[in-house]
Design a protein around this ligand. Structure first.
Ligand code: HSE
Length: 309
């Protein structure tokens, strides 16, 4: 096989209380990469669509080629590839756009090289791409995009990634107001140190969320979707955040938080029933702020990135 097409899904990182350590993958939304072997022993980004011409074609700046290069370096291989990237995700949206591109590229390259790596072993290469794209090698987008489901990054050194249970009826509404926020900017407002009482609150919530996922306890999940270390600082970068959050909780959301570094917000709920109401109400707030809104509904994707053909 000389040419394959792969898909990798969007993801929600942090999930409120799990800053840099929790994320889940979304269904159907994501990026496609078509990868072909070449004989030039070099990586070439042949085309990118769906990005409005904003992503770099230079291989040393593109997350697909950066990830593949990290993989080839590890293998000691000089295999060349032509990369065609089809963006399905908006840039700088907090939906794991750079991660999905890198993961789709890696899944495709691994396949064309006859699978020298287990899926999980591709993670460090995807993290190299994240580092280049936003300054830190966080794994809470690339891990769920690669592995699917709800994922915990228990530790970074060494990398320790654990797939969590996903309650059958857990669903997500994404609210994407039409503006861009760079992860590096969104990280720059955070504090280096957190008070002990906040560390206690946050770890209680992470533990509660994980227990809630394993027990399919929606009330416990709801109580645990609270973030006292990033959201209070990032909320000021997000027009309408407090109003939208209150309205969604009043409507019966299990919780609402910032998806990754924003500006997209995620809502977790039990089933699809309230989705239209969430979107309608959120639109009213964003309309009032002169912002247009795109909304998505998704179940939790349990498969992660895969080769289509
Ligand atoms: N955990 C990262 C952050 C995710 O919140 O900065 C970025 O998508």
């Amino acid at each position: 096989m000389e040419r394959v097409k792969a898909f990798a899904p969007a993801s929600v990182a942090n999930v409120s209380c799990g800053f840099d350590i929790l994320g889940f993958a979304l269904d159907s939304l994501g990026d496609h990469v078509i990868l072909s072997k070449n004989d030039r022993k070099s990586l070439r980004v042949a085309s990118i669509s769906g990005d409005g011409g904003r992503l770099p074609l230079e291989p040393e700046k593109n997350t697909c080629s950066i990830a593949i290069k990290a993989m080839l370096d590890q293998l000691g291989s000089d295999q060349g590839f032509d990369i065609e990237l089809e963006k399905g995700l908006p840039l700088g949206s907090g939906m794991g756009s750079s991660a999905a591109s890198a993961v789709a590229a890696l899944v495709a390259a691994n396949d064309l090289l006859d699978k020298p790596f287990e899926k999980k072993e591709l993670l460090p290469f995807a993290m190299e791409a994240e580092k280049a794209a936003c300054g830190t090698a966080h794994a809470d987008n690339v891990a769920p995009s690669l592995l699917g489901g709800f994922v915990l990054i228990r530790g970074y050194q060494p990398l320790d990634v654990i797939k969590l249970s996903v309650p059958e009826n857990l669903t997500c509404t994404l609210l994407h107001p039409n503006y861009q926020l760079n992860t590096s900017d969104s990280r720059s407002v955070l504090k280096d140190r957190i008070p002990l009482k906040d560390a206690i609150t946050q770890s209680g919530n992470v533990a509660g969320l994980i227990a809630g996922l394993f027990q399919s306890d929606y009330d416990l999940i709801s109580r645990s979707l609270e973030d006292v270390i990033a959201e209070p600082y990032r909320a000021s970068l997000l027009p309408g955040f407090d109003d939208v959050k209150k309205a969604m909780l009043d409507l019966g959301a299990l919780g609402l938080g910032i998806s990754g570094s924003g500006p997209t917000l995620f809502i977790l709920s039990e089933g699809k029933e309230k989705h239209e109401q969430f979107v309608q109400k959120a639109k009213e707030t964003y309309d009032g702020l002169g912002l247009s809104l795109k909304a998505y509904f998704s179940k939790i994707n349990t498969q992660g990135g895969f080769v289509i053909s």
